[in-house]
Design a protein around this ligand. Structure first.
Ligand SMILES: C[S@@+](CC[C@H](N)C(=O)[O-])C[C@H]1O[C@@H](n2cnc3c(N)ncnc32)[C@H](O)[C@@H]1O
Length: 375
């Protein structure tokens, strides 16, 4: 795997963080290279302010910082933010301003550069945020794999921002150029919601939340098999999304504290809102944007519940699930348990057995299994 990006006469050392042994994935892609080459060929003055949205691992922010541009980077993912900071440090570059996907955008930007998000709701939210900027005559350049740019994607740019055209394809990547012609005084509501009548839940979801339009079918099975026991003092919902499992755990275990953890800023904002609207006292809950259980005290929870992710940005991966299981093993009290739901073919049973020395299937259907392991 290459870790040196050589482009337009400069070299940057770039890695995906957190570092992994035997990492196979590069920290930049052809769309990053295309964006850099394109901006190099324009006459954007040094010192101009570039707003980067969804810069996955910092290639764009590092290049722009090296070139003397003022940089603001907006991300929903904490892992992306951590990668940007590590890669800036490793290349001895000055820090850039990092904002979350829910922060107000700065009004003095000269150019917006976006990596196309996987999720159209997030794209619409970000286009609306740009439309709300006061500055007229603002160009947004978006880079993506050619296969991810559909006619429907371009229609979203036209609808929410202004006239749109695309570049030729290069190394299977393409750029989308969009001129800001629309303006928006007030952003539409940031959340949409859906009901889960069987459990009297109404779940609000910010744009980039996992399964934001309906309840995930794995989460639905998990709701039927939630741990509840008077001796439980602290439950962690690891990778909480909109907090659906955390709410149900809090309802079933009124004596317990519940911690909801996710690396997505929008997930944590949603979980925090949902726990409050479902009447769970704030003194019992803690919602935290975090990478897995980094910095959690050892032996500090009785139960960790987890519906693990199988993607990081565009890449399919099981390394985050494994990290979650290892972290849970450390953070659980002796005799504490982890309860995991996953697709049968993901083999979580074998992984948990290897780590905990035991693992039992407590429920299953045709597609999913719930596995429990005790420390
Ligand atoms: C399959 S979803 C489950 C969401 C929710 N618990 C549910 O059951 O509907 C996995 C969640 O893990 C989160 N996640 C991914 N990587 C993470 C990490 N490194 N640390 C914490 N959460 C992470 C994702 O943002 C996503 O919300």
């Amino acid at each position: 795997m290459k870790t040196t990006l050589q482009i337009e006469g400069i070299a940057l050392e770039l890695r995906r963080y957190p570092l992994q042994k035997n990492e196979t994935l590069q920290a930049w892609d052809a769309a990053d290279e295309y964006l850099i080459e394109h901006i190099e060929a324009t006459d954007l003055e040094s010192g101009a302010h570039i707003l980067f949205m969804n810069d996955g691992f910092g290639a764009l922010s590092c290049w722009a910082s090296l070139k003397g541009y003022q940089v603001t980077a907006v991300n929903d993912s904490l892992l992306s933010q951590q990668s940007i900071q590590h890669n800036l440090n490793n290349n001895a570059l000055s820090h850039v301003r990092c904002l979350s996907s829910l922060d107000t955008l700065p009004d003095d930007v000269d150019l917006v550069v976006m990596k196309l998000p996987k999720n159209n709701r997030l794209l619409i939210w970000q286009l609306q945020q740009i439309a709300q900027l006061e500055r007229a005559q603002l160009t947004t350049i978006t880079g993506a794999k050619t296969k991810d740019i559909h006619t429907s994607t371009l229609k979203l740019f036209e609808k929410h921002l202004g006239s749109t055209r695309t570049s030729l394809a290069k190394k299977k990547a393409r750029l989308v150029f969009c001129n800001k012609e629309k303006s928006l005084n007030i952003l539409p509501p940031a959340t949409t919601s859906f009901d889960v009548p069987d459990y009297q839940l109404c779940l609000a979801n910010h744009a980039n939340v996992f399964s934001s339009e309906s309840l995930d079918i794995a989460a639905y099975l998990m709701l039927q098999h939630m741990p509840h026991d008077e001796s439980i003092k602290h439950i962690i919902d690891l990778g909480c999304g909109n907090g659906v499992l955390a709410i149900q755990a809090a309802k079933l275990n009124p004596q317990a504290r519940v911690t909801a953890v996710d690396e997505s800023h929008m997930a944590i904002a949603s979980a925090s809102l949902n726990l409050a609207t479902h009447g769970i006292e704030p003194t019992r809950t803690h919602c935290l944007v975090n990478n897995c259980l980094d910095d959690f005290a050892p032996e500090s929870a009785d139960v960790v519940m987890c519906n693990p992710p199988f993607h990081q940005l565009q890449a399919v991966t099981d390394h985050i699930a494994w990290q979650m299981f290892c972290d849970a093993q450390r953070v659980l009290e002796p005799k504490g348990r982890i309860v995991v739901i996953g697709n049968r073919h993901l083999g979580y049973h074998t992984k948990l057995k290897r780590l905990f020395g035991n693992a039992q299937v407590i429920a299953s259907n045709r597609k999913f299994v719930i596995v429990e392991a005790y420390k």
